[in-house]
Design a protein around this ligand. Structure first.
Ligand code: AMP
Length: 495
């Protein structure tokens, strides 16, 4: 087993990470740290979020910096403000016992004037989102002439978010001799372009080569039509009240509506999306991190960079359009060596999308059913029994109190007492109604089709076209897929 002290790190850094409770290096840390510390060359790390990437580049960077040199020697570019802030926080923690290293995070959505003032002090490391950094460069508030290490974190996300031009522009303001470390979960062609144009013979490592998705995640799906999704989600929450999860929706509207519906039913939920101000988003995230909230309903964009280590579940309330979004979403759970569950809500139109995800990401999705009230009661009572069994009464339990309780219950048999306790416990269990929410897609599709046919007959010509096609069977798949796609596009605003 590799340990941190075999990686070539200084005693000060080892002390800091030991205090953070890092017991052994993660795969990417094992592979990257020795290379980055010793090799004077560019580097590519293909790894997901939650794999310990930040320490994988942050620890070597701290070791390589010269704290006596006031110039900016390290620049870390990150796609979002949240990620930038988290990187800065982590680097501060890792450098606790090192000679003063000045780190500053700059990002959009906050006062540029305050950031310009902060940049007047020497900053050994700047962590930035691309748009804001470019703004600061143009205002001559940042000097990158002495830069030695450029780190591109979540490079694929930066490109996805449309920062490609900003990246090209920023790179022009950095010296040619610098070393570049690029971290990305995927390697789309835009990243290859960056590698070919700006990197020199990079050393490349890939974590989870055969399985791009974190293997600690159980990937499940449930068949559920849109109108039943809300109730289905609540059933999953009822069966596991200790669940801490992010529920991903595609649009800001869906996100807000779902969070409000959950809150109305007394679930501990709130929404995170782009229509909220930065202050509101920070507040929601703060409550989620402090366990004041258990359920975060979020859009893909808003949820990027969420760094919460104890999420048990991720729900894909609607499936993402692209495989990498699935990876990013599900990677919010099972972080730092823990396990987690990702549950995709799949309606009859999504079946093909799920097959595509399974093939592209090489995931074996396991079908699960929406829990019914019997299952919820049974799981909850079993868990309650286990909790009761595990309870060790205090040795100094007041005898008088105990005999009083024994006297009150004295006439009851064991069966009667347990029945009463179970009944009482069941009152706390929210089972919804007893309806089975699971649907058979074949049936749903058939109903769907006959409804459309009926509608079509009413409308004359257009309907006949549909009918003819369905009868001939030729375009069955195509016509359905096309409809699903255009419905989504026309009715939904993406975040
Ligand atoms: P990252 O992938 O860098 O976002 O890291 C995910 C989380 O794992 C962060 O909260 C880190 O603090 C934590 N972490 C990183 N490395 C380790 C480690 N070796 N052992 C335990 N936790 C870690």
């Amino acid at each position: 087993m590799t340990t941190f002290d075999q990686l070539g790190l200084s005693s000060q850094v080892l002390k800091a990470i030991e205090q953070l409770g890092f017991e052994k290096p993660t795969d990417i840390q094992k592979e990257a740290i020795p290379v980055l510390l010793s090799a004077d060359r560019d580097f590519i790390g293909l790894a997901q979020t939650g794999t310990g990437k930040t320490a994988a580049f942050g620890l070597p960077l701290l070791e390589l910096l010269d704290a006596d040199n006031p110039n900016t020697q390290g620049l870390i570019l990150a796609p979002t403000r949240e990620l930038g802030q988290q990187i800065a926080e982590q680097i501060e923690l890792y450098s606790k016992y090192l000679k003063r290293v000045n780190v500053l995070a700059v990002y959009g959505g906050a006062s540029i004037v305050v950031q310009m003032k902060a940049l007047k002090k020497p900053r050994h490391v700047i962590i930035a989102t691309p748009g804001r950094l470019l703004d600061l460069i143009r205002r001559k508030a940042v000097n990158l002439e002495q830069l030695q290490y450029l780190i591109l974190d979540e490079a694929d996300e930066m490109v996805n978010m449309g920062f490609k031009e900003e990246l090209d522009e920023i790179l022009k303001h950095t010296p040619d001799e610098k070393i570049t470390w690029l971290f990305s979960a995927t390697m789309p062609k835009e990243i290859k372009h960056i590698v070919n144009n700006y990197m020199d013979n990079p050393y490349e490592i890939q974590i989870n080569r055969e399985d791009r998705v974190n293997t600690n995640i159980a990937h499940q799906y449930v068949q559920v039509e849109n109108k039943t999704k809300r109730d289905a989600l609540m059933r999953f929450m009822d069966i596991d009240p200790e669940m801490r999860c992010v529920v991903f929706c595609r649009t800001r509207n869906d996100t807000q509506e779902l969070a409000e519906a959950l809150a109305r039913k007394k679930y501990n939920a709130d929404a995170l999306h782009g229509d909220l101000s930065q202050a509101q988003r920070d507040k929601v995230m703060g409550r989620f991190k402090n366990h004041q909230l258990d359920i975060l309903v979020a859009t893909d964009v808003a949820a990027r960079g969420i760094d919460v280590n104890d999420l048990t579940h991720v729900f894909h309330y609607s499936l993402p359009d692209e495989a990498q979004y699935y990876t990013h979403r599900s990677g919010r759970t099972a972080r730092a060596g823990k396990t987690g569950t990702s549950i995709a809500f799949v309606n009859s139109r999504d079946v093909r999308k799920l097959k595509f995800l399974a093939k592209d990401l090489q995931i074996d999705f396991e079908q699960v059913l929406i829990p019914n009230s019997d299952a919820i009661e049974s799981v909850r009572i079993e868990k309650w029994c286990i909790d009761v069994l595990a309870k060790h009464p205090k040795s100094n339990l007041d005898e008088e109190l105990l005999s009083k309780a024994l006297m009150i219950f004295g006439n009851l048999s064991k069966e009667e007492l347990v029945a009463k306790l179970v009944a009482r416990e069941l009152e706390k269990v929210n089972t919804g109604d007893s309806k089975d929410l699971n649907q058979d897609f074949h049936k749903v599709q058939t109903e769907h089709r006959s409804k459309r046919r009926a509608r079509g007959r009413g409308r004359g010509g257009r309907g006949r076209g549909d009918r003819d096609r369905n009868r001939s069977g030729n375009f069955k798949g195509k016509s359905k897929g096309g409809r699903g796609g255009s419905y989504n596009k026309s009715k939904r605003r993406k975040d």
